[in-house]
Design a protein around this ligand. Structure first.
Ligand SMILES: Cc1cc2nc3c(=O)[nH]c(=O)nc-3n(C[C@H](O)[C@H](O)[C@H](O)COP(=O)(O)OP(=O)(O)OC[C@H]3O[C@@H](n4cnc5c(N)ncnc54)[C@H](O)[C@@H]3O)c2cc1C
Length: 246
């Protein structure tokens, strides 16, 4: 269990060749009477040939997620298809700083990117802004804390919408413009540090690659704020965790 309602599941998939962080799989569950349901889940690991790691958040009254989190047992089998997705993905050869904005279980594909960044040993700056209801809803809490501590290029901000920690400076609430860093051009990093632009970034710079993932409303709000913050639309990639059909 990652939290009281989110669980990481590890599946042995002998002919799985690996994947890029950000990609997902489609799971298909079929009951004894032949009824089947299919849902998408992001790949949580950096890449793991032979294994597929997923983290599933229970959706109340959901058809598939409560089964995966509460009922599925070691040794149970299901069908999966993937890796899927060519747009929402990051790999270590890509240049430029990375900004990750995650809401709730939207952290999963972003965590795969962070894990790949760490495993590949590159120094690409990564900034994660992770929004959950309360500190108890933070998935991968210990691993995120360790990453930020051990890797100087990784910055992690945790924000809460309902209730935070007693010493939090920020009052709980939904994501706002003030919560988002501006875009940074890697080649102008020195200017940016010196505060060349009015908001501490280089004017017109739009090199930061932005990945936003979470519930549909969260993603749309974040994408709007990012553009107001000066991020170019073509640098913003989004993934919505809405319903995916039966
Ligand atoms: C590309 C992609 C990747 C995804 N990756 C993950 C992942 O890594 N981890 C994860 O936990 N989920 C992920 N999801 C969401 C997942 O596919 C399911 O939608 C989710 O598990 C709910 O399925 P369910 O059968 O339990 O609920 P359903 O029976 O489909 O829905 C039950 C009720 O909840 C609402 N609902 C459905 N999905 C959501 C949701 N995500 N948030 C809030 N309300 C919802 C429905 O409108 C409905 O009213 C991803 C979705 C997509 C499209």
């Amino acid at each position: 269990m990652e939290t009281r309602s989110a669980k990481t599941l590890l599946f042995s998939v002998p002919d799985w060749d690996g994947h890029d962080p950000g990609q997902h799989v489609d799971l298909k569950l079929t009951s004894a009477d032949g009824y089947s349901a299919q849902r998408s889940y992001s790949l949580a690991s950096a890449s793991s040939p032979g294994w597929v790691e997923l983290t599933v958040q229970t959706v109340q009254n959901g058809e598939v997620s409560p089964y995966l989190v509460e009922t599925m047992q070691t040794g149970d089998e299901l069908q999966l298809r993937g890796p899927i997705g060519g747009w929402f993905r990051w790999h270590a050869d890509l240049s430029g700083p990375v900004l990750l904005i995650g809401g709730g279980s939207g952290i999963v594909p972003l965590m795969a990117m962070l894990r790949r960044r760490v495993e590949s040993g590159v120094t690409t700056p990564f900034h994660l802004v992770y929004v959950t209801r309360t500190p108890d809803h933070v998935i991968y809490s210990n691993e995120l804390a360790t990453m930020a501590q051990l890797h100087p290029g990784i910055v992690i901000d945790r924000l809460y919408t309902r209730a935070g920690l007693v010493d939090d400076v920020r009052a709980p609430g939904r994501l706002t413009l003030a919560d988002l860093p501006g875009s940074v051009d890697a080649s102008d990093a020195v200017d940016a540090v010196a505060g060349t632009g009015s908001n501490g970034t280089h004017p017109g710079a739009s090199r930061t690659r932005v990945y936003v993932c979470g519930p549909t409303g969260f993603v749309e709000n974040a994408a709007q704020l990012l553009q107001e913050r000066g991020h170019a639309p073509e640098m913003i990639r989004t993934e919505r965790f809405g319903p995916t059909g039966a």
